[in-house]
Design a protein around this ligand. Structure first.
Ligand code: LHQ
Length: 265
């Protein structure tokens, strides 16, 4: 797996792959190389059977400050209308890779997660956050709409009214509040953050990876589907899960009263 990305650190430890957005001097503001690198490495990690859990995080005191704003003022210099939808497809590639890869992706958020960085965190399967986390749907502050998938994930995580409030007011949400709202799965004290991330990621990396992939497919589809379709899909996916080695191992471990040792197969 390629690891020499500009503005990204990539490190594999057993089945756990950690991708660190690495521009700490600008709170990991998203650059084009960072965005293209994220798309590439996440797609590759999805295909690589040696990777069983991915952690997305930021270097230094922040998760990320959203798109790099320094080019934004000059974009309007000519007075001609600006089009950004083509550029946004780079973000959409990242969101799609996270949602469709058949293994867990955790966002590990310390410090600020603003704008598109916030929404990339929301597109992950789980968010573990430090008490000092600051989620900001910062778009209203600069007269934009939430992008990078925020319009999809935010109302599904926190509900319709809260999603509009967070979008329109662009106020900061602290780590404990994020946990209370359902934006974060778990908030931990800053001193315990690194160990908590590692322990969750290692646990997931040792889990029944094929079943996790099928769970993602089930939950991804159910949030945009109806009961009958979801019940049908559940049957199709369980037919696959029940034929995995991990299913057989889980049952054997239960009957032999020992912990299961899943291989991801
Ligand atoms: C930054 C940034 C940054 C550059 C901090 N860029 N330098 C939209 C449209 C089109 C296409 C693509 O995508 C998007 C998606 C978006 O994400 S739009 C939203 C973009 N992000 C923002 O609007 C947030 C801008 N940043 C802030 O509001 C603050 O910096 C936050 C609240 C994130 C953090 O505040 P503080 O903790 O007080 O830190 P700071 O403001 O002092 O920032 C530290 C440094 O990082 C500072 O540089 P300096 O040289 O003065 O030390 C900032 O200029 C730089 N920085 N965000 N997005």
């Amino acid at each position: 797996m390629r690891t020499d990305y500009e503005h990204l650190l990539v490190q594999q430890d057993g089945g756990m792959l950690t991708i660190t957005m690495n521009r700490p001097e600008v709170l990991n503001a998203i650059s084009d190389p960072m965005l293209d690198g994220l798309g590439e490495i996440l797609e590759e990690a999805g295909r690589d059977a040696s990777v069983r859990c991915i952690v997305l995080t930021g270097a230094g005191r922040a998760f990320g400050s959203g798109a790099d704003l320094r080019g934004f003022a000059s974009a309007h210099a000519s007075g001609a209308p600006v089009t950004v939808s083509t550029h946004l497809q780079k973000y959409h590639r990242v969101v799609r890779a996270i949602r469709t890869m058949p293994k867990p992706v955790i966002a590990a958020v310390r410090g600020v997660a603003a704008g598109a960085s916030c929404n990339l965190a929301l597109s992950c399967d789980m968010r573990i956050v430090s008490e000092d986390a600051r989620f900001i749907e910062a778009f209203a502050r600069i007269g934009l709409v939430p992008d990078a998938g925020g319009g999809f994930f935010l109302p599904r995580l926190v509900g319709f009214g809260k999603a509009l409030e967070l979008s329109m007011l662009a106020d900061e949400v602290s780590g404990p509040e994020a946990e209370r709202l359902g934006l974060a799965n778990k908030c931990v004290p800053a001193a315990e953050f690194d160990e908590a991330v590692r322990s969750l990621a290692q646990r997931l990396a040792k889990g029944p990876t094929r079943a996790y992939g099928l769970m993602k497919e089930l939950i991804n589809k159910s949030v945009v589907s109806d009961l009958e379709s979801t019940l049908r899909l559940e049957g199709e996916l369980q037919d696959i899960a029940i034929n995995t080695a991990d299913h057989r191992e889980g049952v054997a471990a239960f009957l032999q009263k020992r912990p299961a040792e899943f291989t991801g197969n």
